[in-house]
Design a protein around this ligand. Structure first.
Ligand code: FAD
Length: 589
């Protein structure tokens, strides 16, 4: 059953019927406003099957007008009675989470929030929007975007977290295992379900797991496992997708592959992911987690690239790293390095010529106590494997930190960052984050020009910088990557206190823009991860050779440009996508 907030259920007739029944049961307690909501919905949802096409068109127009009227009206209405199961609940605009996101830089109030209970509900909402002249639809995962990407100003927001969290184990013909999970499930929920119920786990994660499956698959989904197992978009075998025409499709590499690949990294432009099939394998039990420190970026990058290009049986399972400042600042400086809790960083180990910016390489090896597939797995074996790899690295001796932790704890490590940020107020403050993919060819120049110059005092949060491999990404997906085989994720994850306790947000946004300008003017081979552009030419430049295919796919799967308006790539209008497709085709000719 769909639950709508400030919205009209339109052609969700059976659900509206329930609402009417409940509305009648509660009639004595309803306000007069609520009665008029119900009346309006009755009119909106009256069938049109027996109408002539002219009458139907008139009714569609009237329906659209009425829906907007209803939305304005419902936004002002009161909450339903406590205790009753709500099917329609009004929201106060100021309280409407869908108008905001983690970035806190932009806001966009939707006309309505739809809480779908199934793919059919998603399809109904999209079809309802399609019948209007201008309504757009944004799927909202957990709202962890930073530039309004999951918003639909004046449109419909689909709260994907409302989809039932039903997860299912699927066993393939050769015994391979998969998880069928809803698009609105958090990766954290997938982890706990898979490990605790089945002793299994996906291979590829994000650092932070309170992100939705649909949200990360619409972008990429990267972490320290990406170099070896590929990003999350390379770790999904089937999707259920509702496209911009309100049709529900099941697609994969073999069934409707163009849609499958379009949606992966597709920034929500081609369809709403309502279900994903994720391969599972036996979950490790423990993790050998190690951090070592470098004073030289050249040594850091050489070692990190050596580690990510080793054959799988001689590789770590996870390789990440970050830059930090040579100071005792608790966030930007060396206290951010030691693991486990209580370990101390002794700066006297740093070489005399160490600069102001230092680097921490972070690696992990998984341990399977029960089913080790590498023919080993005992403690001695693990120590040997870790030791063999570590001894070849050129880190500063004396500055190494190691911890043995449970697998689930390791994957949940960023929750502690969240807890602390919530405590100190930086979680709720604006987050002008910048994520870049930068080719190995240019990473040393970037380090000099940006990390050691513009950001030499840090960003009040992690400055991740670690390599991954282009060949682990399927070029058929929509993701735009740099050209070289090895490229780095650079993530500037600012956790500043709100102004005036912290710097003015405009300054931070300006600094991000200056960094992007530096990448552009120095001719670096780079892409923005989670891009936010305002002009079509910037988007065309971002996608490069993939732009015309992106536009063609949009025309095929969302011809009215209804979906994901917060990305600012296409504007809803009857001719917008067709015109862009023609323009892109003209460029190719
Ligand atoms: C604290 C934090 C840590 C992070 N760590 C990482 C990390 O380690 N690795 C990484 O890769 N990213 C990371 N991210 C970024 C994160 O992957 C993106 O912000 C992602 O978009 C967030 O997912 P969400 O579920 O909140 O999606 P939302 O922000 O709600 O949506 C993002 C986009 O996807 C679309 N969308 C959402 N759900 C669906 C769906 N079901 N079908 C189709 N489109 C949909 C939306 O319309 C929107 O355009 C992090 C973000 C935060 C805030």
């Amino acid at each position: 059953m769909a639950v709508l907030t400030s919205a009209c259920p339109l052609d969700i007739n059976s659900r509206t019927q329930n609402y009417h029944e409940r509305g009648r049961a509660q009639a004595s307690e309803q306000t007069s406003e609520r009665h008029s909501d119900i009346t309006l919905q009755r009119e909106l949802c009256s069938g049109s099957a027996q109408l002539s096409s002219g009458e139907r068109a008139r009714q569609e127009t009237r329906r659209a007008k009425m829906m907007l009227a209803y939305m304005d009206h419902a936004a002002a209405a009161a909450e339903p009675d406590a205790g009753a199961e709500p099917t329609v609940a009004a929201v106060d605009a100021a309280e409407c989470a869908a108008a905001r996101d983690f970035g806190g830089l932009v806001s966009g109030r939707p006309a309505a929030v739809v809480r779908p209970a199934s793919a059919d509900d998603v399809a109904s909402a999209i079809r309802a929007a399609a019948r209007t002249a201008h309504l757009t639809v944004a799927a909202r995962g957990n709202g962890h975007s930073v530039a309004g990407q999951a918003m639909a100003r004046g449109g419909l927001v689909l709260d994907m977290r409302a989809l039932p969290r039903r997860m299912q184990l699927v066993v393939g013909p050769s015994g391979e295992t998969f998880a069928d999970v809803p698009g609105g499930a958090l990766w954290e929920e997938v982890l706990h379900w898979a490990v605790s119920k089945h002793g299994l786990a996906p291979a590829s994660w994000t650092d932070y797991l309170r992100l939705t499956v649909g949200g990360t698959l619409s972008n990429g989904g990267v972490s320290g496992q990406s170099f070896r197992y590929g990003p999350q978009v390379s770790n999904v075998t089937q999707l259920e997708v509702v496209t911009g025409d309100g049709e529900c499709h099941v697609c994969s590499r073999s069934a409707d592959p163009d849609l499958f690949f379009a949606v992966l990294g597709g920034l929500g432009q081609f369809g709403v992911i309502t279900r994903a099939r994720i391969p599972l394998s036996p979950a490790p039990q423990t993790v050998r987690w190690t951090r070592v420190v470098y004073a030289s970026f050249a040594d850091y990058a050489a070692d990190a690239e050596w580690l990510v290009t080793r054959p799988p049986h001689e590789a770590f399972d996870y390789v990440e790293g970050f830059a930090f400042v040579r100071s005792d600042d608790p966030v930007n400086g060396w206290p951010s390095v030691p693991i486990p809790d209580g370990a101390l960083f002794d700066p006297s180990f740093l070489p005399a010529g160490a600069g102001h910016v230092l680097y921490c390489l972070e690696v992990a090896l998984y341990q399977h106590h029960h089913h080790d597939q590498r023919g080993g797995g005992g403690d001695d074996d693990m120590d040997k494997r870790v030791g063999e790899m570590m001894q070849q690295l050129k880190y500063v001796r004396g500055l190494e930190f190691a911890a043995g932790v449970g697998y689930v704890d390791f994957l949940s490590r960023v929750n502690r960052v969240e807890d602390e940020a919530r405590r100190n107020g930086s979680w709720a403050a604006p987050h002008p984050w910048l994520n870049l993919f930068i080719s190995s060819r240019d990473i040393a120049a970037f380090d000099r020009a940006v990390l050691n110059a513009m950001l030499a005092d840090g960003v009040d949060g992690p400055m991740l910088i670690y390599p991954m491999l282009n060949s682990k990404w399927d070029p058929a997906t929509s993701v735009a990557l740099p050209e070289g085989e090895i490229f780095y994720l650079v993530a500037l994850l600012r956790f500043c206190r709100p102004y005036p306790g912290g710097p003015p947000v405009d300054e931070l946004v300006a600094q991000n823009n200056a960094i992007i300008d530096a990448c552009r003017s120095n001719g670096y081979d780079y892409k923005i991860y989670f891009p936010s552009y305002q002009s079509e030419s910037d988007w065309a430049c971002h996608f490069g050779a993939k732009w015309s295919r992106f536009v063609e796919r949009k025309a095929r799967y969302d011809p009215l440009a209804i979906l994901a308006p917060g990305q600012n790539i296409f504007t809803r209008s009857p001719s917008s996508v067709a015109a862009a497709a023609a323009a892109a085709a003209a460029v190719i000719v």
